[in-house]
Design a protein around this ligand. Sequence first.
Ligand code: GLC
Length: 556
Amino acid sequence: MTLAPHSQRSQRPWWRDAVTYQIYIRSFADSNGDGKGDVEGIRSRLPYLKALGVNAIWITPWYPSPQKDHGYDVSNYMDIEPDYGTITEAQKLIDEAHSLGIKFIVDIVPNHSSDQHVWFQEALKSAPGSAERSRYIFRDGKGKNGELPPNNWEAVFGGPAWHRVTEADGKLGQWYLHLFAVEQPDFNWENPEVREHFEKVLRFWLDRGVDGFRIDVAHGMIKEEGLPDVKSKSKMLDKDARPYWNQPGVHEIYRSWRKIFDSYPGDRMGVAEAWVPATSLPLYLRPDELANSFNFQFLDSKWDSKILKKNIKDTFKNLEGTGAPASWVYENHDVTRKVNRFDRGLGGGGVSNAKQRYGNLKKFSLKRGTRRARAGALLMLALPGGAYIYQGEELGLPEVTNIPKDRIEDPYWKMSGFKDPGRDGCRVPIPWTKSADGAHGFSTRILMSTKEAWLPQPKDWGNFAVDKQEQSEDSTLWLYRKALKIRQSEEGLGDGPMDWIKTSKKVLAFSRPGGFQCWVNFGPTIKIPNGAQVLLSSLPIEGRKLPKDCAVWIKA
Ligand code: GLC
């Protein structure tokens, strides 16, 4: 397959090629010793990110929030969570990132707010049918006395998607919709006030210089008219449409947002978190909508040459005609780390219990998982388009599968009836130093009141620490550093064409302009082409031999 040639890298919008680093703020770096990451912590680590070689950073929600879903329950969209810092510090961070040549993306959460948002508090105090209630989705219940939820929708975290409120007269009354936690009421996007509010929010951050937005639950804002029952049970990626996902009405919102982005200088962008069928993704990427959408089908692909090849081919087939680049992603704060997934043959989304999340733990091999994760990194970073790396992915962090039950904070745990331990295992704070002091360097100092990070780190977490990996050229950290450096110097990488190289079924091999080739071996040892110059390999290799679960970048 060949893609149409593109212009020079320096001449096209930055997001067509960018490697974006996702920062889960609560777990990245803690500057004040309260056990939680913060804005100043990120600022102190900008040199690390520069040295890593990423082009952009995306910060997960840093707005004031009761943290019921760690920031994805926003109580004020135009300020900073006091635990994380101040708006002045945030501005300083944006400016400093820019001065290092790093683009800045913030997370916007338009599907729902926190139940502590002033609008929702007003809605609760106001009467059914009031203007205050119409900013959210309130409905009378079914049954004789309205004692049954308005429809059969279920929350993503588990349980019913409706919660009944107590009215001013002290009696049980209407229900409100929450597709996620009870504390995350869904906005009513049919209400122009909601639309205006978010346009204001976009401008607020664009005025502060942000280069883009990661749009949370981008496929969720519009619900089917009449809120009909769900006919069959299905997961987010299933083909049959749900009355609350992927409704045609969302596109009008993005068209209006695109106009706002374009009214600012520079290439401002939006990237959709849209868990929709692959064939629907291109709709979000139309030229007058968003520039980018995470490729969750790729994330969901198992470590299997056939599945991955099909995914890559489908990706480009689906992109045809949109003009948009591909956006590869393996990890984020919602899915099991790829070291575990690749080892245990797991996909990413749609899990609802520990077995699906972690696979058979008795059979997990850190060594094999790490080997595959490293090979996967070279695959992803050689493919045409942009790529997203989640903090700790560059350290080869595995999933933490044994967080003590009383320390689990993810709402999945409780809402699944304690069946699904949730996503905390990929959110454990970053180990910066091997020493156990300050939670392996996560907290630069320790307050008397806080002896450890908000989520406990495993005892051996220091083995993955940045300072330890910096000392060894064979570390996963160095693999990423070298790969990103080559990505910068090889003009043929990033957006642009690729051509498959004919190989056995257990090998993925393709070329990029300038004589660059990527070979990934999923089967018995093979030989790479004669006379090739090895630029980088995911493991040390001898001669032309490429062993199983190993990838190599070569110049032919
Ligand atoms: C998105 C976020 C996830 C959050 C959910 C509700 O899927 O990535 O972390 O829980 O939206 O906001």
